[in-house]
Structures are given as structure tokens and as C-alpha cells.
Design a protein around this ligand. Structure first.
Ligand code: ADP
Ligand code: MG
Length: 257
């Protein structure tokens, strides 16, 4: 099966800093792939380039067979490739359920829908969105809070809601930059289980994360980046004894995080 995401010879510099240099890798559909490496390795820059938040200096980014390199983020998102941010973004004044319903697919076309639909058809589609939202909130343990204002959630719960909203929009692929930042271990476990369930339902995830026990538990395969490009890939357990990986990264982090 061809890769869902295929990155070839990607370059990005900031002034004299080569953040991403001749970076090539691919991500298979239907899996959770980890992207790990030391601080400054270029992981976040790679995510920004793939999701359209930065333009590459050179290289090709192919998503589902389409060349998406240099396209703006909103157009990349419309193809089903979306990303999360390091600080969660939710609408504080709306309830948890309202946050979910706003993220439903075809949000932009909703007004057209409203104009042409009979009230009964409209109710049907809203019901379908609600059913899906309840299922996803259940996966992330947020269902009991569905009527609470999102602004009342803890930092960790806001992150759960951000991830839940992204899955509500039914993207083909989600890029996550450090989803566990500011999340306690219990919520971290929930995030991992929720992501696994949604990937089992047909989505694909590429995730930057420093918490290696979490990565080992959730990611079937891992790409290790150092100095702007991958230096190894495979299951994390196999990479633990790879001298290049130990030298570049694993030597620096404690075995348990
Ligand atoms: P990582 O996410 O792996 O920690 P980054 O992609 O954030 O690494 O950064 C890679 C390198 O690029 C670092 O040296 C960082 O300082 C530099 N860098 C990243 N973004 C910018 C920017 N907007 N301007 C200047 N330098 C940047
Ligand atoms: Mg980063």
C-alpha cells in the first residue's frame, strides 16, 4: 500500500539555522507513528511544513497522492490533513458539546445546507453529529462534562477536548505536536486510548512526543530525528539498542518519564 504521507528532500532554514535539512520519510495509513528526537531536531518545523503553516525552501510533500507542499494550512486541512497545537484552542464560552458540534465536518457549508434543507433533514444531520460527538467525548472521558462551559475545564481536559474536536471533523490524518504537554498521567492514558480507538476506526496519526513510555505504548513505529532529518525508524523497542539513536537522543532522556 502506498504511504498516505510522503515527504521527500524537505529543507527549511531560519536565517543561518537549517531547522529541516534534506528530510525524507513516509507515514503509512491507519497507524500511529511517533516523531521523536532531541530539542531543536526540527520536529515542530517538520509538522509546520507538512500542515501548511510554513512554506518549505525545497522538497516535496505528498498527501494521499497530492502535492501539498506550500499550500496554505486551510487548503491542506480541507484535504483532511490537520494538526493540533502545543496550547489547546477551544471556545471557552461555549459548552463542551457546542465545541464539538462546531467542529463537525463541512462546517463551512453548513449555512448552504440550512438554506436548502427541510427542518426534518436538518434535524437528522444535527442528530448524527451529536451521536458522533457523544461517542468521541465518551472515548476521551468528557461525556459527563458535555454541558459545562469549555472555559471551566482544566488544562488537561481542554487538551482532551481539542483532540476530540479534531476527530469530530473526521480528518484522514492528524499531526500532533506534544499532545501530553500539561496533561497528568491519568488524562495522558485517556488520550492514548482515545487516539488508538479513533485510529482503529480508520484515521492516521503522526505524533511528536517526548514521553517515551507513552510513545512505546501508543506508536507502532517511530521516526527518530536529529539535526533536521530522520536518523532511524522502526518500533521504539528495537531502536533502544541502535547506537546512533542512543547517541543522538536516548542517552539524554531518562528511561522513565
Ligand atoms: P524541535 O521541535 O525538534 O524541538 P524545532 O523545529 O522547533 O525543533 O526547531 C529546530 C531548529 O530551528 C532550532 O534550532 C530552532 O531554534 C530553530 N527554529 C525553529 N523555528 C524557528 C523560527 N521561527 N525562527 C528561527 N529559528 C527557528
Ligand atoms: Mg517542538
Amino acid at each position: 500500500m502506498p504511504a498516505l504521507l510522503d515527504v521527500r528532500h524537505l529543507w527549511k532554514s531560519f536565517g543561518g539555522v537549517h531547522a529541516v535539512r534534506d528530510c525524507s520519510f513516509d507515514v503509512e495509513a491507519g497507524r500511529i507513528t511517533g516523531l521523536i528526537g532531541p530539542n531543536g531536531a526540527g520536529k515542530s518545523t517538520a509538522i509546520d511544513l507538512i500542515s501548511g503553516f510554513l512554506k518549505p525552501d525545497a522538497g516535496v510533500i505528498r498527501f494521499a497522492g497530492l502535492d501539498v507542499g506550500g499550500r496554505p494550512a486551510h487548503r491542506v486541512a480541507r484535504l483532511g490533513l490537520v494538526r493540533t497545537f502545543q496550547s489547546p484552542r477551544v471556545w471557552a464560552g461555549l459548552t463542551v458539546m457546542e465545541n464539538m458540534l462546531l467542529a463537525a465536518p463541512e462546517g463551512g457549508r453548513e449555512e448552504v445546507w440550512r438554506a436548502v434543507c427541510t427542518p426534518a433533514r436538518l434535524r437528522e444531520s444535527e442528530d448524527a453529529d451529536r451521536v458522533q460527538a457523544r461517542a468521541i467525548l465518551g472515548e476521551f472521558g468528557l461525556l459527563p462534562l458535555k454541558n459545562d462551559p469549555a472555559g471551566n475545564l482544566s488544562g488537561g481536559q481542554k487538551r482532551l477536548l481539542e483532540i476530540a474536536r479534531i476527530f469530530q471533523a473526521r480528518p484522514r490524518m492528524v499531526l500532533m505536536d506534544e499532545p501530553l504537554t500539561g496533561v497528568n498521567p491519568v488524562l495522558g492514558g485517556r488520550i492514548g486510548e482515545g487516539i488508538k480507538t479513533l485510529v482503529a476506526a480508520g484515521m492516521t496519526v503522526l505524533m511528536v512526543e517526548h514521553n517515551l513510555p507513552f510513545v512505546e505504548q501508543v506508536c507502532g513505529t517511530v521516526i527518530v530525528m536529529a539535526l533536521g532529518r530522520p536518523i532511524a525508524h522502526g518500533p521504539l523497542a528495537a531502536l533502544r539498542s541502535d547506537p546512533a539513536v542512543v547517541d543522538a537522543y536516548l542517552g539524554q532522556v531518562p528511561a522513565r518519564v
